[in-house]
Write a protein that binds this ligand. Structure first.
Ligand code: CS2
Length: 494
């Protein structure tokens, strides 16, 4: 086996010619973006676009300063430190083609727990024009059911007590905005890149609530000097596994401790509301829009809902990956009918051709044999995903007296999923903030099947809707008697 090279700035020149390395001088880059939450997804998506812009167009004004806030981020901190902020972007296309690129757009990095004041200073630096984030849904500290900001959240209480060593993104933003105001500096754009509905509006609502409680005299400044564009983000990014690390070593001579693996398709749509000049990311495929809603609905209700369905049904059957499940015609037929009959009617802001193209592209993306996207990843935190990906469809359909049959089957399958055993009797883990409630309620629903959809923080009043519950009860009783694949036959082709 040829010698592999530890990935760092010094070794870039030694890497094989098959590997694309930054063509630019990283020392010349100005950091105008500060990104909170250097997740796998950030590295496969935003940091990739930023890299492409610098690499292809020599746009040196848009480097990234990465920031992580959580104890659990210690590992990425140490990897990026060792690797001079460099990492491998490993794209796997459906036809087996691989693209291996070293991404150089993260040129600075701060691990906030080690030096919170340095992070506050950096965020207040006028060179930072955009503060972006991927902090996951729970980072917004919203109360279940009402969706309001949880002002009594333990981390908020902590931040109020220790404003100069905050734990939350809101604590950091508030302190840095105070400095900007005091120093008479311009504000900046807050760019949420989380896969949630109205991510910019949600960020704004949470931040303003926090500021209202902690520094009300700052509210006016924030309203005048910042903006919160909504965005739609999309790139399938499986969990990196040891085989990926080995392949990069053996086939490309790169010794990268934590590369990022992703599918070929990527989309980023951003509302055009920037405080400073809008970045020319459109040169590398970003779309700017005045209205994010149609894009968001396609993404959440078609792609993410499909993932959730394949995740739950596939796991019950005993499959391990999206690819396996999406290669099984029974599961795909059920999914296709669900998308056609129950989701498509809700997509009132998109034309038929756009919707059809989107659905066809989805099937193609799911059937990528090289991606190894684990159902385990998809099923994590379903209690946060289902209200976002599937229940808005159910709500729309019920309000318009339209079909909800397959959605009801999926919810029943999720109740069964929380028993933690697949159809071969093999156990799996349930990773969910609400796992205790889910497991307990699924067990109770063996005697009393309504119990599961009576979890108000997930389903609100859905258990009171007779059309839905009739299908749900029928589905759950079948699922308790038969394997999921056998049940599917009763639910496809009406
Ligand atoms: C997935 C998403 O977590 C999930 O349930 O559906 O992570 C999905 O892969 C991304 O949103 C794709 O952009």
């Amino acid at each position: 086996m040829a010698k592999s090279y530890f990935l760092n700035a010094e070794n870039l020149a030694s890497l094989s010619k098959d590997v694309s390395v930054p063509s630019y001088d990283r020392d010349q880059i100005k950091t105008s973006i500060l990104h909170i939450g250097v997740s796998n997804f950030h590295r496969s998506h935003q940091a990739y676009y930023v890299h492409e812009l610098i690499d292809k167009y020599n746009e040196l004004n848009y480097g990234i300063c990465g920031v992580d806030l959580l104890e659990s981020d210690r590992r990425i901190y140490s990897v990026l430190k060792d690797q001079d902020g460099l990492y491998t972007h490993f794209t796997k296309e459906n036809n087996g083609a691989h693209k291996v690129k070293i991404i150089g757009s993260i040129v600075e990095y701060f691990y906030a727990p080690e030096n919170p004041l340095a992070v506050i200073e950096k965020m207040a630096n006028p060179e930072i024009e955009i503060i972006s984030m991927t902090i996951a849904e729970d980072g917004y500290l919203l109360k279940k059911i009402t969706g309001e900001f949880d002002i009594n959240h333990p981390e908020v209480i902590e931040d109020i007590k220790n404003p100069f060593s905050p734990k939350t993104v809101f604590g950091y933003l508030t302190q840095s905005f105070k400095l900007r105001k005091l120093r008479n500096l311009p504000g900046c754009t807050i760019l949420s890149c989380d896969n949630i509905k109205s991510n910019g509006d949600t960020m704004k609502q949470s931040l303003l609530n926090y500021v209202n409680k902690t520094e009300p005299e700052l509210l006016d400044w924030i309203l005048k000097n910042t903006s919160f564009p909504n965005t739609m983000v999309d790139r399938i990014t499986p969990i990196t596994n040891s085989t990926d690390i080995q392949t990069l070593k053996a086939d490309f001579n790169i010794d990268d401790q934590w590369p990022v693996v992703c599918g070929g398709f990527s989309q980023w749509v951003i509302e055009d509301q920037f405080i400073h000049q809008r970045p020319v990311w459109d040169k590398v495929g970003v779309e700017y829009t005045d209205n994010i809603v149609p894009y968001e609905n396609l993404k959440l209700r078609l792609l993410n809902a499909s993932h959730t369905i394949l995740g739950i049904l596939g796991t019950l059957h005993g499959y391990k990956t999206v690819y396996e499940t999406a290669s099984d015609p029974d599961f795909m037929l059920f999914l296709k009918e669900f998308l056609d009959e129950e989701v498509t009617p809700t997509l009132v802001d998109s034309d038929v051709k756009t919707i059809e193209n989107y659905k066809n592209n989805l099937a193609f993306r799911f059937q990528n044999p090289y991606l190894n996207d684990q159902l385990f990843r998809i099923c994590q935190e379903s209690s946060a995903k289902i209200p976002l990906f599937i229940l808005p469809t159910v709500k729309y359909q019920l309000e318009n007296s339209k079909q909800v049959k397959k959605a009801a089957f999926v919810i029943a399958a999720w109740a069964k999923y929380n028993d933690g055993l697949d159809d071969n009797g093999i156990p799996y883990d349930i990773i969910d903030e609400m796992s205790g409630t889910l497991i307990r309620t699924a067990a109770l629903s063996i005697q009393n099947p309504m119990k599961f959809i009576e979890i108000k923080s997930i389903f609100e009043d859905l258990s009171e809707n007779e059309t839905f519950t009739t299908y749900y009860l029928e589905a759950l009783s079948q699922l308790r008697e038969q394997k999921v694949k056998d049940c599917l036959q009763n639910w496809i082709a009406n």
